[in-house]
Design a protein around this ligand. Structure first.
Ligand code: MCN
Length: 783
């Protein structure tokens, strides 16, 4: 990475002039993408049509674990309007390998890759067994129902702890005891010693409930094969188009340059559009087989059955504390569910999970053991937060429980152990390297909003409800790997910026334009932002792990700086002045101390026109592959105030305050929107959502009637506060914010409910905190 002067720092007389007083970065500019979305003018994958297009429907297994004895497609194939019906035998007879690559995440074992259609065995309900292609969507769906599959059923296992027992059925011969991964972080001996020395140990068993990502738009793909130039184009719902291109190459036996992946508007991803799925690869495969465009759109049930799920951890956590309130150590043992097939360890990956267990505290010794097991359930992988919410939930519940056991105020207990700004950078006992932040100041910002200092004891309101306050502090990790950023000035002076990330709700079109306009010194309106096309954008990494602003934002910023320098050289030539004496402000170059000017558009025209002197290269364009210097660590404190009805278990969220610090904010309004969305999803996890399987691996929550995604009326008013600790690890000083809400909300609410119910003797209620669970916990405590 080549370093240039940080934003706002001017070097030399001309650069002084380059800095306009009105920096767009930091302004709450309205999202430019919203008008088309609100008017219904934006095109999503399912809106796209192609001449001669056919529709693909999947036949999904209703059996969670069994051998496939027979797949009879004869009746389906004979139906009117059906073009073809495919099974694994057809895929195997083609040139395509027909299997999906493992998603990111290390495994200890080497299980078979996921076949596009079941080969000889199914390992989760919803696994595709056959595919039907028809002239229209309805004919395809009806014909799919006419496919007759015979299974020899096997015993299923759905619980990750049971899956590793000797008596459990094995999913893969290659994977003894279904153990996908075991990992250990921290020093076991040091932690043991800390526990022996400490005055007391507080422990808690917690479950991080399994969630099903519910984007408004289900997964979809439209694939076209061009026989003329032997290229496959797939327009699809993707968070990382270049990663999808690699997947198509792998599953279809093509080279990456044979494939173009385009992600148009995408109606939410939340992590689950960043892992490989059979449906879109099958659309590509069928398009090649049939020589006509093929579209596949998942149904909501298909999305729930076989889109990757999230969380699903069972954890025993212990904290060693001294009576004066000092944390001495933390010990955590987690059983995580990988679901069927080897998607990877996802939310149990040590880098996303164990490394964050210190939260905001100075914990001298931590030991974390994780085991991840395959089960006969949908593959589990990234869902907004992907390991971070699981880690912070464990620590923040434990810290609260320890404070209560010591009779200390949970806030004062946190304050005693919080890292101070001067402690940073700080290497935790589990290898995270925190970059910057004033944790206490952010916590106080949230607490002041609810007048925490004036609080006396747990109160009852006029309706007899118990009122509780829950505090959750968080540190998360964001930014990962390189990103590409291209900035090109067109001959008319308009600017185009491209990045390898993809916005599916985050607002990059606005925030990247703010960054580029600032760095280049041109009006915001002249900057257009493009993402999501592997033919137009050099290799990129994609949008996940709240990495786009750090990696993509800095990539376009660096390209913009380079282009500004190119333009200044051309301006110097046009103005017959030393380029170092030429300054750019809001689209006009001026010779410092004079009235001589030339517009940015004139400079652009000259840069591409004839007559440039030999020492100036034509064109105004730069490409940057930006690799951040290291992970950044955003932080925050979320506070929830709740009232719990002891008769019904009903919880009302009276106040919700989120104070977050994501370094320099490119657009505070968008940042606030990201917090709101994340908190809403966090409230969903804390209060309502629970994926349920029966013992045979049948998904009981396979629709939005049975899976309780919260509705607007169930989400309270939220208040946000912000502190700003710039990250020293990238030029813009930014940290990610896309996942903070899902991390803070679950422990804040669980702690609030525990606080409210303390007088009743309830110590812990597992999420989701449904009325019934809370009611049962109260009755149990009464007994
Ligand atoms: N931002 C900013 N200043 C910062 C940090 C971020 O102005 N210091 C702005 C960004 O420029 C961007 C937005 O906030 O417009 C989010 O940025 P960032 O934190 O970099 O996260 P990403 O853009 O990489 O988005 C990924 C993150 C993740 S991992 C999930 S999951 C998620 C999320 O964002 N899925 C979302 N937010 C989502 N929002 C919507 N609407 N839909 C999803 O699917």
């Amino acid at each position: 990475m080549s370093k240039s002067a940080p934003r706002g720092d001017a070097a030399g007389s001309a650069d002084d002039g380059d800095e306009t007083d009105e920096s767009l970065v930091g302004e709450g500019v309205s999202r430019r993408e919203d008008a088309a979305l609100l008017r219904g003018e934006a095109e999503f994958t399912d809106d796209l049509r192609a001449p001669g297009m056919a529709h693909l429907a999947l036949v999904r297994s209703e059996c969670a674990h069994g051998d496939v004895v027979d797949v009879d497609t004869s009746e389906a194939a004979a139906r009117e309007d059906v073009v073809a019906a495919f099974t694994w035998a057809d895929v195997a007879a083609s040139d395509a390998p027909g299997t999906l690559p493992l998603a990111t995440g290390p495994l200890d074992c080497d299980p078979p890759e996921h076949p596009l259609l079941a080969r000889d065995r199914v390992r989760y309900q919803g696994q595709p067994v056959a595919a039907v292609v028809a002239e229209d969507r309805y004919a395809a769906a009806d014909a799919a129902r006419a496919v007759d599959v015979t299974y020899d059923e096997r015993e299923a296992v759905v619980d990750p702890a049971e899956a590793t027992e000797q008596s459990a059925p094995d999913l893969f011969e290659e994977v003894p005891n279904n153990l996908a991964l075991t990992s250990e972080l921290g020093d076991a001996e040091e932690t043991k010693a800390a526990f022996e020395d400490a005055d007391r140990v507080v422990s808690l068993d917690v479950e991080n409930n399994r969630l099903m990502p519910t984007a408004m738009e289900p997964r979809a793909a439209l694939a076209r094969w061009s026989a003329g130039d032997e290229r496959l184009t797939v327009e699809m719902t993707a968070q990382a188009p270049h990663g999808e291109r690699r997947k198509f190459a792998h599953s279809l036996g093509l080279t990456e340059s044979d494939i173009r992946v385009v992600a148009p508007r995408v109606g939410g991803g939340f992590g689950h559009k960043n892992t490989p799925y059979p449906g879109d690869s099958l659309a590509g495969w069928a398009a090649m087989e049939l020589g006509r465009p093929v579209k596949w759109t998942a149904t909501r049930r298909g999305n729930y059955l076989a889109g990757n799920h999230g969380r699903d951890h069972r954890t025993r956590g212990e904290v060693a504390v001294d009576d004066d309130g000092t944390i001495r150590g933390l010990r955590v043992e987690t059983r995580a569910n990988a679901g069927g097939y080897g998607l990877g360890a996802g939310p149990a990956m040590p880098a996303n999970y164990g490394t964050l267990l210190a939260s905001q505290y100075d914990v001298p010794a931590i030991h974390c053991e994780t085991s991840v097991a395959f089960t006969n359930t949908a593959p589990v992988h990234s869902y907004r937060g992907a390991g971070r919410p699981e880690a912070i939930y464990v620590t923040e519940r434990l810290v609260d429980a320890a404070a209560r056991e010591l009779g200390a105020d949970p806030v004062e207990f946190r304050r005693r152990n919080q890292l101070a700004p001067e402690d940073l950078p700080h290497e935790t006992a589990v290898g995270a390297s925190y970059d910057s932040g004033d944790y206490e100041a952010t916590m106080d910002a949230a607490l002041d909003a609810v007048d925490y200092a004036d609080r006396t004891a747990t109160e009852r309101d006029d309706d007899g409800r118990y009122v509780g306050v829950g505090v959750a502090c968080l540190v998360e990790s964001s930014g990962f790997s390189f990103e590409s950023g291209v900035v090109r000035v067109e001959p008319d002076g308009n600017v185009r910026a491209y990045a390898g990330t993809h916005s599916h709700g985050q607002g990059h079109e606005t925030t990247y334009a703010q960054i580029v306009a600032d760095e280049l010194g041109v009006p915001y309106e002249t900057v257009a932002v493009g993402e999501g096309d592997t033919d137009r954008i050099p290799k990129g990494t994609g949008t996940f792990a709240s990495r786009s602003t750090i990696a993509g934002g800095n990539a376009v910023a660096e390209s913009a700086r380079e282009v500004r320098e190119q333009a200044r050289q051309v301006a110097g030539y046009l103005l017959d002045a030393d380029p170092d004496a030429v300054a750019l402000d809001e689209g006009t170059f001026r010779v410092c101390g004079s009235d001589e000017t030339v517009s940015f558009a004139e400079v652009a025209a000259a840069a591409y026109g004839p007559g440039l002197p030999d020492d100036l290269s034509p064109g105004l364009e730069a490409t940057t592959f930006y690799e951040p210097e290291g992970t950044t660590y955003p932080h925050g404190t979320h506070v929830a105030v709740v009232a719990v009805d002891p008769e019904t278990g009903d919880i009302e969220i009276l106040r919700y305050v989120a104070a977050d610090d994501c370094g320099e904010r490119v657009n505070p309004t968008i940042v606030e929107g990201q917090i709101h969305g994340g908190v809403a999803q966090g409230i969903g996890q804390a209060r309502y959502e629970q994926t349920a399987y029966d013992d045979d691996g049948e998904l009981l929550t396979d629709s939005m009637q049975t899976y309780a995604v919260p509705r607007a009326e169930q989400i309270p008013e939220m208040e946000t506060r912000a502190t700003v600790s710039p990250s020293p690890r990238n030029d813009l000083g930014v940290k990610g914010v896309g996942e903070a809400g899902t991390i803070g909300a679950p422990p804040a609410l669980a702690n609030a409910v525990a606080d409210a119910l303390e007088p009743l003797g309830v110590r812990h209620v597992d999420m989701p905190l449904t009325d019934e669970r809370v009611w049962r916990a109260i009755r149990e405590a009464e007994r």
